[in-house]
Write a protein that binds this ligand. Structure first.
Ligand code: RFL
Ligand code: PHB
Length: 392
């Protein structure tokens, strides 16, 4: 098999890149190790920046998003049993965010790709990228029980945080910066209308809680839990009781309860691989960087990476110049580090330290008070949350 751009991974990054390339007449092949049902059900992100929505619209993948996506004008911060609204349009000159689940984006992109797009192979597991320094790098993969080779002009590793593409960077050509946080998130999906109109980020006495949503009928909620938490210790009633305690305020507000349809525990990590390119191999999305979900940046960063990359390939196709592709890593990393900083700050401001350090708790409350009392401090949060501009 031969193609211009070999894409490893059929998550949001790989699928969107394939769509953007297809629209500029560049051929590609997507290799995805899992089944279609698996990638369409994997519960993850929900909050989209405007730039992410624009990218999906640009490539004709936003029909359902435009009908079903929920526009949000801000978030709520809760601490000390008080609620505070952060108004995005007022603080950013009109920007908003959209709630639309990653599962739905993946379904929309897979449907388009299978209808008229370049090949997308499920249960095709890449095992190695070879010769990324040469003109024709290879991807070795296993599909239908057979080892096969995809010969490419370029390879893009969109294979997530457990992928293999980064293994093809020879020793000494890259560096990984990582930080592990001393807590995890327990996430649930519940068939109950959200108890709020906007997302609530709460710093309760016992730790962090987040109220998000998937639709007017489905809530998505998260709780900070210790590393190593066993879901068997968290029956539904315990989850609802703990959420209710962390969201509690002085005043009228109630957390509605309903049937929980899925539960999972996620660890919290920041990680950046530098550079994001070696020869003709590029990394994009979670394959290149991960952030803790507190800032809702992971999917949005993946989308901005592939937008930059798609423009680079389009320029090469049109003019023969590799100018933009050569600057890919540098152009993305500025944004990646800003999102890494924002996610780190949000995470540290809202989670209880496992050792219960009382000084640290006071510092967190002082930071939260500053944001809710000072317009420039709130504007800084709003600018980062709604998305920093794409450097193009
Ligand atoms: P993905 O989605 O992990 O996709 C990678 C794909 O590559 C496949 N793969 C391989 N295929 C072939 N050969 C191999 N050897 C392969 N190895 C792996 C995998 O099967 C998979 O299909 O990475 P991508 O495309 O870079 O997308 C990144 C996003 O998924 C991720 O950043 C977000 O989900 C993060 N995230 C959030 N991001 C946001 O922007 N807003 C949010 O509100 C938000 N909430 C979240 C989140 C992540 C969470 N978890 C579970 C970590 C909430 C949570 C709880
Ligand atoms: C989600 O809806 O899953 C979500 C929203 C905002 C976050 C993290 C997750 O910060």
């Amino acid at each position: 098999m031969r193609t211009t751009v070999g894409i490893i991974g059929g998550g949001p990054a790989g699928l969107l890149l394939a769509r953007l390339l297809h629209r500029t007449g560049i051929d590609c092949v997507v290799l995805e190790s899992r089944t279609r049902a698996y990638v369409e059900q994997r519960q993850r992100a929900g909050m989209l920046e405007q730039g992410t929505v624009d990218a999906l619209r640009e490539c004709g993948a936003a029909d359902r998003l435009d009908l079903e996506g929920l526009t949000h004008h801000g978030i709520e911060l809760r601490f000390d049993r008080e609620r505070h609204h952060i108004d995005f349009p007022v603080l950013t000159g009109g920007r908003t965010v959209t709630i639309y689940a990653q599962t739905e984006i993946v379904k929309d992109l897979v449907a388009l790709q299978l209808a008229d797009g370049p090949p997308l192979l499920f249960q095709a597991e890449a095992i190695a990228v070879e010769k990324p320094e040469r003109d024709a790098p290879l991807v070795r993969f296993v599909h239908e029980g057979r080892e096969q080779t995809l010969s490419c002009d370029y390879v893009v590793g969109c294979d997530g945080s457990h992928g293999i593409a980064h293994n093809a960077f020879p020793a000494g050509t890259s560096r990984t910066y990582a930080h592990d946080y001393p807590y995890s998130w327990l996430g649930v999906l519940a068939e109950v209308p959200p108890s709020c109109e906007e997302l609530i980020y709460a710093r309760g006495e016992n730790g962090f809680a987040l109220h998000s949503m998937r639709s007017p009928a489905v809530s998505r909620l998260y709780l900070q839990v210790p590393i190593g938490t066993d879901l068997r210790d968290w029956p539904d009633e315990r989850i609802w009781d703990e959420l209710a305690a962390r969201f509690a305020i002085d005043g009228d507000w109630r957390l509605e309860r309903g049937p929980i349809t899925s539960k999972s525990v996620t660890s919290m990590r920041s990680c950046v691989h530098e550079p994001m390119r070696h020869g003709r191999l590029f990394l994009a999305g979670d394959a290149a960087h991960i952030v803790p979900p507190t800032g809702a940046k992971g999917l949005n960063l993946a989308v901005s990476d592939v937008r930059v990359l798609a423009r680079g390939f389009a320029e090469l196709h049109r003019t023969g110049s590799t100018g933009l592709l050569d600057r890919y890593s540098e152009m993305c990393l500025g944004r990646v580090w800003q999102a890494t900083r924002f996610s780190y700050d949000m995470t540290r401001m809202l989670h209880a330290q496992p050792d219960g350090d009382a000084f640290e708790h006071r510092m967190q409350l002082a930071r939260l008070r500053r944001i809710t009392a000072s317009r420039p401090a709130a504007a800084e949060l709003a600018a980062n949350y709604t998305g920093l501009p794409l450097a193009l």
